[in-house]
Write a protein that binds this ligand. Structure first.
Ligand SMILES: *Cc1c(COP(=O)(O)O)cnc(C)c1O
Length: 489
């Protein structure tokens, strides 16, 4: 093993250093302002290495990772599209990066302008009245939106409305958020084509229903054509419509949830609006509401005075605070730069291009892969594994084999509607050449499954680690060197 392939702790040599802190950086004359009971008693156990060791360690580590910047990443429902670097650069400008959340509003007018302006843009894009940008992620937005829903019914004295209808195909966060918001989940069935069964919905609509959570296009990538009827039924029963807008890509600039009858929604800025994601954050899940719900939005809120200045307000009817200060401002900056750089005209191309790319892959592969739902999909679609089920090759095997060919796997075994789900979302940022290469490799894997199935079952063969024990990886993760040594002992 080469020196630099070793773990950084194994390179440690007592006394070897890459950096030296200045003696008394904060001029404390040796008196630290940190309370003594919080001071470290023992030396930190850090590897003692040179700067070059560190540089090689992290550079090599980064090369072992797979990201949108290294290859095609068709992970359905996750919108792994390319995020232009200019947006990162703008978000990292010191004028914004160095702001402090406790600064007086008069000193941060530019930042408040961006918050307010972005909130207006999202309102225009989605057809709702006003947005809060405070939530930190999609699921956090769902919780916030459901709290708005609850607050609305309570404000009318309609306290028995404690149930939320969620389709059986919904993203797992939907029922989870409903539970956290103290609401009871009622499931509505989907038809074989993946859309909500209106006949199954009707009997659920009584005066205990707070609302319904939906997404459109739905989880299998199909547009719910009966949405206007569903909206009318739910509204007539006194409920509200919540839109899970985590994946706004397919609609961008074309269709607006507000126009479909939705009252509340969240958007994942870290999916549709140019923030890299997948490593666990930071994200942003703005929540938008229709005019009659604006007063319930969380505190604090940014307001614009008639003469053009901005100030911060807290509302009496607000559901309260759901984040510290205003959420993740850096993510808002990226979204703002992204929307402005596309402009009103170009943003209209995002949805159609994402849709075209998904349909191109779907139609090109349906001779080898089982397509359970025919017809034009939106930004993503689902295969139910290989068409030829006699080979013993599963969706998991195909997903692992794709890694050998340098592609990230699609989302697998979700949605639960099918046994061998393989959910593919190419996004609008990929070229036709890349799509063609992916299609070619998918055909190749299908051929291998027929001719040499074991080569697919044994995959991945070329990656740094082979097939992982995913249960242990999730339940007993080894996150540092000490834990690794203990596990090996
Ligand atoms: C990603 C996603 C979410 C959750 O978003 P997080 O930011 O991961 O909390 C919710 N709903 C759908 C449909 C999603 O794709």
């Amino acid at each position: 093993m080469k020196t630099y392939d070793k773990l950084i702790f194994e390179l440690s040599k007592p006394g070897r250093k890459g950096f030296e802190l200045p003696e008394d950086q904060f001029n404390t004359n040796g008196l630290s302002s940190i309370p003594t009971d919080l001071l470290r008693k023992d030396e930190a156990e850090l590897p003692e290495v040179s700067e070059l060791d560190v540089v090689r360690h992290f550079t090599n580590l980064s090369n072992k990772n797979f990201g949108v910047d290294t290859g095609f990443y068709p992970l359905g429902s996750c919108t792994m599209k390319y995020n232009p670097k200019i947006n990162e650069e703008l978000a990292a400008m010191p004028e914004f990066l160095a702001l402090h959340p406790l600064q007086d509003a008069s000193t941060v007018q530019g930042a408040l302008h961006i918050y307010w302006d972005l909130q207006r843009m999202l309102a225009n894009i989605s057809g709702l009245a006003e947005f809060t940008l405070n939530p930190y992620a999609g699921a956090h937005g769902e919780l916030t939106g459901l709290m708005v829903m609850r607050q609305y019914h309570m404000s009318r004295g309609d306290e028995k409305r404690t149930k939320v209808i969620v389709p059986d195909t919904a993203h797992g966060t939907n029922p989870a958020s409903a539970m956290v918001a103290g609401l009871e989940v009622v499931e509505v069935k989907s038809k074989p084509n993946g859309s909500i069964d209106v006949e199954d919905l009707k009997p659920l609509l009584d005066d205990t229903i707070a609302g319904i959570m939906m997404t459109n296009p739905n989880t299998v990538g199909m547009f719910e054509t009966e949405i206007l009827e569903i909206a009318k039924l739910v509204h007539d029963a006194g409920g509200l419509l919540y839109y899970d807008g985590a994946n706004l890509n397919p609609l961008l600039g074309k269709v607006r949830p507000g126009d479909m009858g939705f009252d509340i929604m969240h958007i994942n800025l870290h999916k549709t609006f140019s923030t890299p994601h997948g490593g666990g954050g930071p994200g942003s899940g703005p929540v938008g509401v229709a005019a009659h719900l604006v007063d319930f939005l969380p505190n604090p809120r940014v307001k614009k005075a008639e003469e053009g200045s901005y100030h911060v307000e807290t509302g009496d009817q607000s559901l309260g605070s759901i984040s510290s200060f205003f959420g993740n401002f850096g993510v808002m900056m990226k979204a703002y730069a992204y929307i402005l750089s596309l402009g009103k005209e170009n943003i209209k191309n995002v949805g159609p291009l994402a849709t075209l790319n998904a349909n191109y892959i779907k139609e090109s592969l349906k001779d080898d892969y089982l397509l359970p739902i025919e017809g034009v999909c939106k930004h993503e679609f689902v295969f139910d594994g290989l068409k030829d089920k006699s080979t013993g090759v599963t969706t998991l095997n195909v997903a692992k084999r794709l890694l050998d060919y340098g592609f990230h796997a699609p989302t697998i075994y979700f949605p639960l509607l099918f046994h061998e789900s393989m959910m593919i979302e190419p996004t609008e940022t990929e070229s036709k050449e890349t799509l063609d290469e992916f299609i070619e490799v998918m055909h190749k894997v299908a051929k291998e499954a027929r001719e040499t199935p074991q080569s697919v079952i044994d995959a991945p063969l070329t990656t740094i680690v082979r097939k992982l024990d995913e249960t242990s990886a999730a339940k007993k993760p080894i996150l540092n060197y000490k834990a690794l040594k203990e596990a090996e002992a």
